[in-house]
Ligand binder design. Structure first.
Ligand code: ADP
Ligand code: G6P
Length: 500
């Protein structure tokens, strides 16, 4: 990384997210320890927080009975991105376990997750859970104010030192309400930005939400609201106009609310591209090379289209029997939200379906589907991505989908493999050289997989070169910079020379 690559926020940054960038684990001797998250967001954002002496507000992943129990420091030798995040820079939000369950499993993942992914039939609307969502958002806001106070900035703070509060995702769409109100009352200057990591649905879906006006108002309490792609921005602007009667400017993506003009921006997230290239360069060989591998890597979530994908693979083997014995599908599914009924049912359905398809086609020397239910290490994952012939990314709906990007970053073999994406993922909107596959049309999807498996080498090279080039430039650091820049908080040495 060169000096020019280091992203710096001009004021201190406070990140507010449902999960802290590490989870706490209780050891057998009773001590607490940190387990770092390997995600790209944490890799990109943690250094900005640490270098700017900022703070991170979030849930620590376990319930702590003793409200005064301190957050542990990182272990000696820890080289993960959050190692330098000192415990006094972490505000762990401690929520009553029952309220947290109703907020997280109920309102966040039972209501907002399916509805925002345009799956209203899966959404439940329960006023007690909504009440708990409001309570938890308020608690996060209080912790954020506490964090802001530790920065000790008053009303005379120079513009370039004003702290930036960056609120993340659908779990915290109301938090800005109380943050803005208290910061104004107590004359603590701050800038407020929000980024939604999932789709923002069209008006006709959003209007099903009984509490839609409160959600929009919560988001509009920020100075800027970011989404992955322009479609989500336009959906949001449309909802603000139709639900709240706000004046809007679609061309410049502005919404007027309470005498303020809120900016709405498409900011497509990227991945730590170079890190994945390096992982792919060093990963051990994972497949024997006997069969071509069609790879799926996902959280086990109904939005990912796993059932449709398996049916498409089954149809491929029916319609193109030449692939039998030659091609295997490998699906890696990481357990997710296992307390939610929809996720438990999906796991059972998938296992049955895989059993049925394997039962139908398996021979003594070959099985059509290999299935891993669990987390795999980053090295192993990079090896899977590198050595797969086809990356199959076919969600029914997805905010962006980082797996598609990680796959192309790891395609360092020559000739490379082929990426297939769904047009219903943010990645499908931006990764133009991938093969596009509508996951709902099973027969069509089977033909797209066939096309990928039989694509000439020169076409594979051409497509993958373009895909890799784009993701290399638009990596996660670029995304962080774009967010800071849109907030007017990107540190540039020239500005600071002027100041002083
Ligand atoms: P979502 O945010 O909905 O889970 P994304 O595709 O955007 O979907 O991000 C998923 C992230 O989780 C990726 O960074 C991917 O590497 C990681 N991941 C997915 N499945 C696994 C797995 N089985 N083991 C380890 N990491 C995984
Ligand atoms: C998506 C959401 C994130 C969430 C992640 C994992 O990427 O946008 O906010 O953290 O899924 O889900 P979980 O419920 O385990 O946090």
């Amino acid at each position: 990384m060169t000096v020019a690559d280091v992203v710096t926020c001009s004021g201190s940054m406070i990140v507010v997210s449902n999960r802290l960038p590490f989870v706490l684990k209780r050891l057998e001797d009773g001590r607490l320890t940190r387990k770092a998250s390997a995600g790209g967001l944490v890799t990109a954002v943690a250094p900005v927080v640490i270098n700017g002496n900022g703070l991170w507000v979030g849930w620590p992943g376990i319930h702590l009975d003793d409200p005064n129990e301190p957050i542990p420091e990182s272990e000696p030798g820890d080289i993960t991105p959050t190692a330098g995040l000192k415990s006094d820079k972490v505000v762990a939000v401690r929520v009553d376990p029952n309220i947290f369950d109703s907020y997280y499993n109920g309102c966040c993942n039972g209501t907002f997750w399916p509805l925002f992914h345009s799956m209203p039939d899966r959404a439940t609307f329960k006023s007690e859970e909504w009440k708990d969502y409001v309570t938890v958002n308020k608690q996060f806001a209080e912790c954020t104010i506490q964090a802001l106070k530790t920065l000790k900035k008053g009303k005379d703070t120079p513009q370039h030192e004003i702290p930036l509060i960056w609120v993340h995702d659908y779990q915290l769409m109301l938090a800005a309400n109380w943050i803005r109100q208290t910061a104004e009352e107590e004359e603590m200057p701050c800038k407020l930005g929000f980024f939604l990591h999932i789709p923002f649905p069209p008006w006709d879906i959003f209007r099903l939400l009984p509490w839609g006006d409160e959600i929009l108002q919560g988001m509009l309490n920020c100075d800027m609201v970011g989404f992955h792609i322009t479609d989500y921005c336009l959906n949001f602007v449309d909802c603000c106009q139709r639900y709240l009667g706000c004046r809007v400017d679609r061309k410049n993506l502005l919404v007027e609310q309470g005498g303020r003009s809120v900016r709405v921006r498409p900011l497509p997230i990227g991945i730590p591209f170079e890190r994945f290239v390096e992982l792919a360069e060093n990963a051990p060989k994972v497949f024997t090379g006997e069969h071509k591998i069609v790879l799926g890597v996902d959280r086990l979530d109904y939005t990912k289209g796993l059932v449709h994908r398996l049916l498409a693979f089954e149809m491929l083997l029916e319609k193109h029997p030449e692939h039998r014995g030659q091609v295997s599908m490998m699906q890696v599914a990481v357990p997710s939200r296992t307390d939610v009924k929809e996720y438990q049912e999906l796991k059972e359905n998938l296992e049955q379906l895989i059993g049925r398809i394997n039962g139908k086609f398996t021979t003594p020397n070959w099985s059509p589907i290999r299935y891993i239910y669990g987390q795999v290490s980053q090295d192993e994952l990079a090896g899977f991505y590198r050595d797969a012939f086809v990356g199959l990314v076919t969600p029914l709906r997805d905010g962006m989908n980082l797996v598609a990007k990680e796959f192309v970053a790891c395609q360092i073999n020559s000739p490379p493999g082929v990426l297939i994406v769904s047009p219903f993922a943010g990645a499908g909107e931006t990764m133009h050289e991938a093969l596009v596959c509508n996951p709902y049309e099973i027969a069509g999807a089977a033909e797209v997989i066939h096309r990928a498996l039989t694509m000439p080498e020169d076409e594979r090279i051409l497509r993958m070169n373009y895909l890799r080039r784009r993701e290399k430039v638009n990596d996660v650091n670029f995304w962080t910079k774009s967010f800071l820049s849109a907030m007017g908080s990107l540190f540039t040495p020239e500005d600071h020379d002027d100041v002083g």
